[in-house]
Design a protein around this ligand. Structure first.
Ligand code: PLP
Length: 392
């Protein structure tokens, strides 16, 4: 059989198949390239790759299905999906700033995002990462050249909330973009676009994927801004989500609301069990926070993410090691949002100065409650505390 005949047969069969079934699960369109009806059609679609299927580095039907759903969930006009959360973050910053611009980063932000923003100094972009408590703290750090206010709410490590609508109002009058990494709350528990924030970013590697088996990211906002990020940050930098990873994220979305509702209840049970333990100096989570933070939680969150942190009372590295190694249900692991409960000690043996700069003690540990029974995880933490610091 001639190769071209084989190709025609395959194409014809695919077309017939497409007309005879409607799959319940979105198909994985595992293709790099797409056919065109004719030359004229090719010319037409080539000019607008974001709205047509030409090459999977631009758009792909499986990824498009994920983008449409994420846009709807966040209440945004447009979404673009990337190969990782960091790809979404770097593409956004790369697209929106020019030489001479300033990026203002608020409170603790995912470290790699800060590193990327600082790296852009070689293109003449400056960055300040500042700890803020009040709106005037933010206002005082805005410069003439500030182009982006970038933050997480709740923030990484300290899980502090910010006043989204007040930041949006402050930025709008100064023509500054507001960008939030809203991964902690997921699109289920927080809607920053409704509060006036310009751009929402999610790492799909966490709750949306939900099973510790993909890395992905998304940017959601106004069509004009997301289209520009598509053109410059996605097409040019090429950090594309594979159709299979997009499909796994679509599958994760189906159970996202149920998982998040479960986790929101479970985390309050776990935190209630940990609060008051003398061996824990501080718990960082909006559920256990001061009055101002509680008010912000009531205003912006409709549920709680299960990622939190603790500082142990005892600063001894030896005891910290005993505690972490004594955990039996929780495992040491980076990332979060999957089934498994995880711990991530902030201290790595040689980074005490860096922690101090971020206002974190050596005994700071990030914890993620997974889908295990919260009482099992609570008992696990208590028995590990007993081993390291003695029973209370
Ligand atoms: N944002 C937050 C809050 C994170 O914790 C992470 C990663 O751990 C990222 C963004 C980066 O996402 P990704 O790992 O998908 O690149």
């Amino acid at each position: 059989m001639k190769e071209s005949n084989l190709m025609n047969i395959c194409t014809e069969v695919d077309k017939m198949q497409n007309e005879t079934y409607v799959p319940m699960s979105a198909p994985i369109v595992q293709t790099s390239s797409f056919y065109f009806a004719n030359y004229e059609d090719f010319i037409g679609v080539s000019e607008d790759e974001k709205n047509h299927y030409v090459y999977t580095r631009g758009s792909n039907p499986t990824t498009k299905s994920l983008e449409l759903k994420l846009a709807q969930l966040e209440g945004g006009e447009q979404c673009k999906v990337f190969a990782s959360g960091m790809a979404a973050i770097s593409a956004t910053l790369f697209t929106l700033v020019s030489a001479g611009d300033h990026i203002l980063m608020l409170n603790t932000v995912y470290g790699e995002a800060v590193a990327f923003a600082k790296y852009m100094s070689k293109f003449g972009v400056s960055v300040d990462r500042v700890d803020v408590e009040t709106m005037s703290d933010i206002e005082n750090n805005i410069k003439e050249t500030t182009k982006i206010i970038y933050f997480e709410s709740p923030s990484s490590q300290k899980f502090e909330l910010l006043n989204l609508s007040a930041i949006a109002d402050l930025a709008k009058v100064r023509h500054i973009y507001t960008v939030i990494d809203a991964t902690w709350a997921s699109p289920i528990f927080q809607h920053p676009l409704a509060a006036g924030i310009d751009i929402v970013i999610h790492s799909l590697s966490k709750y949306i994927g939900g099973h510790s088996d993909i890395v992905g990211g998304a940017v959601i906002g106004k069509r004009s801004v997301v289209d520009s990020i598509f053109e410059h940050g996605h097409q040019s930098l090429g950090a594309v989500s594979s159709p299979f990873n997009s499909w796994l994220a679509l599958r994760g979305l189906r159970t996202l609301p149920v998982r998040m509702q479960h986790l929101s209840k479970a985390i309050t049970m776990l935190l209630d069990g940990l609060a008051g333990d003398q061996r824990i100096k501080r718990i960082y989570h909006p559920y256990i926070a001061n009055e101002t933070q509680r008010q912000l939680a009531d205003k912006y969150l409709s549920g709680y993410g299960p990622l939190f942190a603790i500082d142990l009372t005892d600063e001894s590295f030896e005891k910290l090691k005993i505690f972490v190694d004594a955990l039996e249900v929780m495992s040491i692991g980076v990332s979060w949002g999957g089934f498994e409960s995880l711990v991530l000690p902030a201290f790595k043996g040689n980074n005490a100065a860096n922690l101090a700069e971020r206002g974190l003690p050596v005994s700071h540990i990030r914890m993620y409650l997974g889908l295990e029974d919260p009482s099992t995880v609570l008992s696990d933490i208590k028995q590990a505390l007993d081993k390291a610091y003695g029973a209370v």
